[in-house]
Design a protein around this ligand. Sequence first.
Ligand code: UDP
Ligand code: MG
Length: 316
Amino acid sequence: MDKISIIVPAYNEEEVLPIFDYEVTKVLKSMEVDYEIIYVDDGSHDGTLSILKVFAEKDSDHKKYISFSRNFGKESAMFAGFVNCSGDYAAVMDADMQDPPALLPEMYEKLKGGDYDCAATRRYTRKGEPPVRSFLAHRFYHLINKISDANMVDGARDFRLMRREMVDAVIAMDEYNRFSKGIFGWVGFRTLWIPYENVERAAGRSKWSLWELFKYALDGIVNFSQTPLHMVSSLGIFMTLFSFVMIIVIIIRQLVFHNSVAGWTSMVCVMLLIGGIQILCLGIMGQYISKIYMESKNRPHYIANESNIKDIKKIR
Ligand code: UDP
Ligand code: MG
């Protein structure tokens, strides 16, 4: 019998976890598969961990938990789940019921057919989301698909059922700066997209502010595209050539017309513009250098301080 691993990152989710656990277990039991649910408590401050311990006490064969020593972020939580899951298939699901468990049987059937390695979900609406957020998200996907070779689908969720081969490929990408939407696209494999209508959070509230989403988008660009660096280089070349032309023009003007004092206002404007562009370019370089810096430190992705999984695995 096939085994399915469900990985659930949870950060302050005490309100929704009981509903989630009930619903997902119900679906999995109806599926004639062996299963495990790995809850990753991402340094929650509320009763999340104690709820997870109760689940594990009642059904330790199927309910696992890993508790982090602090909040490491959803990306680290997903990675911990992938590294420690033992299923033939694995899926990530949000604890807030935004990923409908009812889709699981269909996803599993499609993979069992053998035509696909991964069944992924995509929201075709963003109903219930602030319009500014939807607009910015659409712009982000439009941009990233132009400048990166990791194909990222607009509205794609992290909720996807993957074959073991794909899970191993994702684990093999053990970079510290993780951007899973890019990683899933980068590893390739035959992916089936299952669209569904957006579901709002069952309880509790979203952990993402607009600013955090902006930083996340920037991470996605820097991690999966070198286009900003190419743009900076091209800009530098263009400006150097342009200044050579200007120098020649100015020398000729001085020799022919003798009126070099005029025009200092425009001079200041040009200096300000160039200064601004230089700082922007340095900033872009800095983004990449900071990523190199974090990778070179080789820090662990997460620190687990409690779990009911025997000898919990780590990549570094
Ligand atoms: N999450 C996490 N660590 C974090 C932030 C979020 O593990 O630092 C989990 C959270 O508990 C939930 C999932 O990631 O299961 C998605 O978070 P959320 O619903 O807040 O994001 P949204 O759906 O609003 O994008
Ligand atoms: Mg959510």
